[in-house]
Design a protein around this ligand. Structure first.
Ligand code: PHE
Length: 467
């Protein structure tokens, strides 16, 4: 073997050992869907929909997914596939190849920091699902009323020790999975677990249809009343479109870097978007009928699913089994998203010569530490509102602020940069060859959306919000 051959085979085998080598389009769809479908769909979508008055918010959210989220997701995956390496290195590489300013590289840094902060609080919420697996399995929900179940959630939040324990266990899981680069295992388990989550959600929707106030939930979710939607609500919908598709902070860029060239990106992105939206809407249909039937508050905030679904499990036959299974699947959905958040960080450390396990441990430890702020913001620091001097941030805890920083600022700004790069910095021919929409009217429309519509949407919402 020549030295060049052996060097390149060493690179290939290093990459094979270290990085996901998507074996097929299906494998990529599963991994990307695993990243997209997470706490964002089942935990966050219902509660922000409740806080923002329902139908009008859902409509704006769906529009944001279609017009802003999906085109940018496609562009992000393409950038990753073209670069073939970690986002931070990759964006500079692409800028050089496309002969544009190397300053484009900063967008990968925004993503890098955002993913870090995001995982720090995502892990705490992931920890709640761990805690709830235990509560469900021990039959704590059986026959309990809304007040008792609400009390359980309150107790969890007030206990920094318990939150810290579950946050630590969750981070440990993420570090171990990422560190050992378990791809085949992940692929196989996602293939099994995602459909299971789907089926279980359908069971819950069925239960809610029979036992809950389904009609009121349908009208809450699908009949828009724009008087209930604030401009901040629009920004939240936009931010959530990015959040739920995992796009805007280079996570999908990292995943895209292992996508085989023959895979059609456009078609893949549509599949991911459909699955993701379906899971969110199903979660809404499982939760809101119970909210209305039990006189609960749709705008109750982050605790919404942890208060409503246990009520259902407490009353249904087989509720202990279904409840335990549901929270296990919620955990799986959260973990498959969390490993995608840490991936760009670990990949970047690897580029710097740090081993994968050490990189995962180092970044995991720092993320864990930041997560302690979120843990404390629910109890010891509940009254610590560092930005109270600004009217719009009044009363917001550290957890609220982290979420705002990531969901409402970093994701849209990162998404804007991706749209601008793909729409303006890249040659249209390169975009056309990569995206898989042919070269007819559909591509022209896509290019227009990416160049004008998506950036304009993000900017308008920002300017409104700042004003
Ligand atoms: N899409 C994930 C969810 O809905 C969250 C996520 C955001 C994951 C950004 C990666 C990057 O839970």
């Amino acid at each position: 073997m020549s030295s060049i051959e052996s060097a390149s085979s060493a690179v290939v085998s290093r990459e094979a050992a270290v990085h996901p080598q998507w074996s097929s389009r299906l494998a990529f769809i599963l991994a990307a869907t695993g990243s997209a479908v997470g706490l964002g769909n089942i935990w966050k979508f219902p509660y922000i929909t409740g806080e923002n008055g329902g139908g009008a918010f859902v409509l704006v959210y769906l529009l944001c997914i279609l017009v802003v989220g999906l085109p940018i997701l496609a562009a992000e995956i393409l950038l990753g596939r073209r670069s073939g390496c970690s986002p931070i290195k990759g964006m500079t590489l692409l800028a050089r190849r496309d002969a544009v300013s190397l300053r484009w590289g900063w967008m990968a840094w925004v993503g890098f920091v955002a993913a870090f902060v995001l995982l720090s609080f995502y892990s705490v919420v992931g920890g709640w699902s761990l805690a709830y697996i235990g509560l469900a399995a021990q039959g704590f929900f059986s026959g309990a009323d809304a007040a008792t179940i609400g009390g359980l959630f309150g107790q969890l939040l007030e206990d920094p020790g318990a939150l810290l324990l579950w946050h630590s266990v969750f981070m440990l899981l993420v570090v171990l999975i990422t560190g050992s680069g378990v791809r085949a295992g992940m692929e196989r388990s996602i293939k099994l677990l995602m459909p299971l989550l789907f089926v279980l959600l359908l069971v819950l929707v069925g239960y809610a249809a029979v036992r809950g106030n389904f009609a009121q939930a349908l009208s809450f979710l699908f009949s828009p009343d724009f008087s209930k939607l604030s401009t901040e609500g629009v920004l939240t919908a936009l931010g959530h479109a990015f959040f739920t598709l995992s796009t805007g902070i280079c996570v999908m860029m990292a995943y895209g870097s292992y996508l085989p060239p023959q895979v059609n990106i456009a078609r893949t992105v549509v599949t991911i978007g459909l699955l993701d939206t379906l899971v969110a809407l199903l979660a809404g249909l499982a939760i809101f009928p119970l909210v209305f039937a039990n006189g609960l508050e749709p705008g109750a905030g982050p605790g919404l699913i942890f208060v409503t679904l246990p009520l259902a499990f407490g009353q249904m036959t087989g509720g202990v089994l279904f409840g335990t299974l549901f929270f296990i699947l919620l955990l799986v959905a959260a973990v498959t998203s969390a490993i995608s958040m840490i991936e760009p960080v670990v990949e970047w450390l690897e580029d710097k010569g740090v081993s994968r396990m050490l990189g995962a441990l180092m970044s995991g430890a720092m993320i864990w530490l930041l997560g302690v702020c979120t843990v404390l913001s629910f109890n010891v620091w509940a009254d610590f509102h560092p930005l109270d001097f600004m009217a719009r941030f009044e009363g917001k805890t550290l957890f609220d602020l982290f979420d705002f920083l990531v969901s409402n600022l970093a994701l849209p700004i990162g998404g804007l940069a991706i749209a601008l790069y793909a729409g303006w910095a890249m040659k249209p021919q390169t975009l056309r060859d990569g995206i898989g929409l042919g070269d007819g009217a559909v591509f022209t429309l896509f290019h227009f959306v990416l160049r004008f519509l998506s950036p304009a949407a993000v900017l308008v919402v920002f300017v409104y919000n700042l004003g």
